[in-house]
Design a protein around this ligand. Sequence first.
Ligand SMILES: C[S@@+](CC[C@H](N)C(=O)[O-])C[C@H]1O[C@@H](n2cnc3c(N)ncnc32)[C@H](O)[C@@H]1O
Length: 265
Amino acid sequence: MNKSDGFFTHYDDRGAVLYDEMTSSHPTHRLVMRPSILYHLGNVEGLSVLDLASGDGDFLLRLLASGAERAMGADLSPEIVELSTEKLAAAGFAGRSKVVVADASVASAYEGAPFDAILCNFVICYSSSLSMVEGFCRNIAINLKPGGHCVLTNSQGALLSADRELMFTKYGVEYAEIDPVHGRERFSRVYCKFPNSWGTEFHYLDTGLIEQCARAAGLVPERVPVVPTADLAASERWSRADLAELSALVPFQQWILRAPAGAGR
Ligand SMILES: C[S@@+](CC[C@H](N)C(=O)[O-])C[C@H]1O[C@@H](n2cnc3c(N)ncnc32)[C@H](O)[C@@H]1O
């Protein structure tokens, strides 16, 4: 495998354009992860939704177009918040949406809280300490209505070397550890790089840690399978076997975190 020769990792407006281009073109996101997130979130008609680390605003736009009553986004990057706010206004959703600059690993009830449903995808992996993972989980808990649910996706990065090779040669995505670790150690540094040059550094988090922090925050975690979009893939002549291979290969884990009905927060 080639060693990474650098990648674009900043979440500013150029990073947002590259990320948007990657998620709307690369099959890992277009055929596997985006459909899986929406599948597990379920019908949002009439619901209030919060996207923690809302990035380029793609999910906020989709949820509002699918009938969500109100959509709130929060992201650490001011440039990305500005860009997604403009996109939502251009789509006619200014009155039903708001995006704020916020650190989603710090528990804070946002305007309009609590929400019926929350998305928290591809961000908990930036946690470099236990207190950050705890913070993300507490933030979900205090913003979620009793009986509500959150779809959480972790990007683990860790692949066995044969799978890494396959991911690179067949799908053009590089995954590697930055820290020389033996086995998998919590918070060791990992990177991924996609063919369009969008890439990022993040941290290895094991599933037990995430579930432990979710439970400590009062949430009930259910690990759910990654569910790709069979219809779209078939229309693009993907074989079932190739789609199943890619779905099994992506180093992403997904959960539904539920707030117990009637729980006082
Ligand atoms: C890989 S993108 C994921 C975007 C979106 N959740 C999605 O699924 O397409 C990561 C996003 O997390 C944001 N981010 C990183 N750390 C954050 C934090 N502590 N709080 C809020 N946003 C954060 C970045 O600015 C970026 O927009």
